[in-house]
Design a protein around this ligand. Structure first.
Ligand SMILES: [Fe+2]
Length: 389
């Protein structure tokens, strides 16, 4: 067996109603909290109010910073200013991956100094985070990104028209608090796109060149759960199914943080930075074509590559109606998922044929692309993107 390393957050608390523990957890980590949240505002009876009630019951003063949309360099620097001004020493990221990544980056900068761009890969100085982040708690409300257990914060830079990561094991949350009941009010289209992001992350980490025996164990269980429940991602989603997807998303985050991703996420960074398209939508639309292209390319260039056996296993994991348990069943299943969940095409967000060459050249520079199981030629990448428009 190949040697490997594996790391994750110090503690995971999973279960309905566990948001009630937030105040006690925060009190154990600091004295003044900064709550970085997306979605609802305080006073609307949603997750922010539940979090605030728990903090207040534990006697923890809290300041708020709302993260609107996916985090940008300026958002992180603004949250950092609020934290410094109010002497916040424990952070909470509450919401989808956007709020969680904003909290992750802010916690890291709070103890490491400097500005957001100093630490960003690809477009920034790429300085190392050398000190442990300020203690922070990740509380996801959507089941998708797995950002609660990842060690990178994805930040957009409008100036560079690119999204890139700040990455370090020092950024891992002290606690990931996953309460599926917080997802009650998440709109159906967000739930669908987030669920497809989780499935994409599980597939990409399982087929990544960085996959390890431990990440495989996590990814395979996540795939069994998520692909079996995929049809439940629609508007009729019930409590149990929501909890299953919250668990699958958690597993996807643990797997990707240890294995890396692939071509879908390689595209997601530049597309998300240049067009107003949600991350889960980009991933869902690209995933079937990337999987098909990877399989075809592997058969042509290295038919003995064990990753082909992994695609076959996934084909045996999807419901039988998609085919007789082979890699084609997997591709059929992914196409059907995108259609049934009515994931919109990328042209809806302004991405047109004329943008394809530039997006391909940017995607090739992305950190996720190097983990794709096979190097895809430019024309193959262009065709993949064309199929997602
Ligand atoms: Fe993702």
């Amino acid at each position: 067996m190949n040697p490997f390393e594996f790391s994750s957050v110090g503690k995971i608390i999973f279960g309905r109603g566990k948001i009630a523990l937030l105040g006690e957890l925060a009190r154990g980590l600091g004295s003044v909290a900064l709550l970085i949240h997306s979605g609802d505002d305080p006073g609307k009876g949603g997750p922010v109010d539940r979090a605030t009630a728990s903090l207040s019951a534990a006697g923890v003063p809290v300041f708020f910073h709302r993260q609107r949309g996916e985090p940008k360099v300026a958002d992180v620097d603004a949250a950092l200013a609020v934290a410094r001004q109010n002497h916040c020493d424990v952070l909470i990221g509450l919401g989808g991956g956007s709020a969680i990544d904003a909290a992750k980056a802010t916690a890291g900068l709070l103890t490491n100094g400097g500005q957001c761009l100093d630490y960003m890969e690809v477009i920034g100085k790429g300085q190392k985070i050398t000190r442990p982040a300020a203690p922070w708690i990740a509380v996801p409300t959507t089941a998708g990104t797995g950002a609660e257990v990842t060690k990178n914060a994805v930040i957009g830079s409008p100036e560079h028209k690119f999204k890139a990561s700040i990455r370090s094991e020092h950024l891992l949350a002290r606690v990931a608090l996953v309460d599926a009941d917080l997802g009650e009010s998440v709109p159906a289209e967000v739930r669908a796109a987030s669920g497809m992001d989780a499935i994409c992350q599980l597939i990409e980490s399982f087929t990544s060149t960085g996959a390890t025996p431990m990440s495989d164990a996590v990814a395979m269980r996540g795939l069994e759960l998520a692909m079996g429940f995929r049809t439940e991602l629609d508007a009729k989603t019930k409590r149990d199914e929501r909890e299953t997807m919250a668990y699958a998303a958690l597993l996807s985050g643990i797997a990707l943080a240890n294995a890396g991703l692939g071509a879908v996420h390689g595209f997601a960074a530049p597309i998300g930075a240049n067009f107003p398209v949600p991350h889960g939508v980009v991933c869902a639309r690209l995933l079937p074509a990337v999987v098909a292209a990877n399989i075809e390319s592997l058969f042509e260039t290295s038919p003995q590559n064990p990753v082909l056996g992994r695609y076959l296993w996934m084909g045996q994991t999807v419901p039988l109606k998609f085919g007789p348990g082979n890699d084609k069943a997997l591709v059929n299943y992914l196409h059907a998922s995108v259609a049934e969940l009515q994931i919109p095409g990328l042209s809806t967000f302004g991405l047109l044929d004329e943008h394809i060459p530039h997006m391909v050249s940017l995607a090739k520079k992305s950190s996720s692309m190097k983990y794709n199981p096979v190097v895809l030629a430019d024309d193959v990448l262009a065709n993949i993107l064309r199929s997602a428009l």
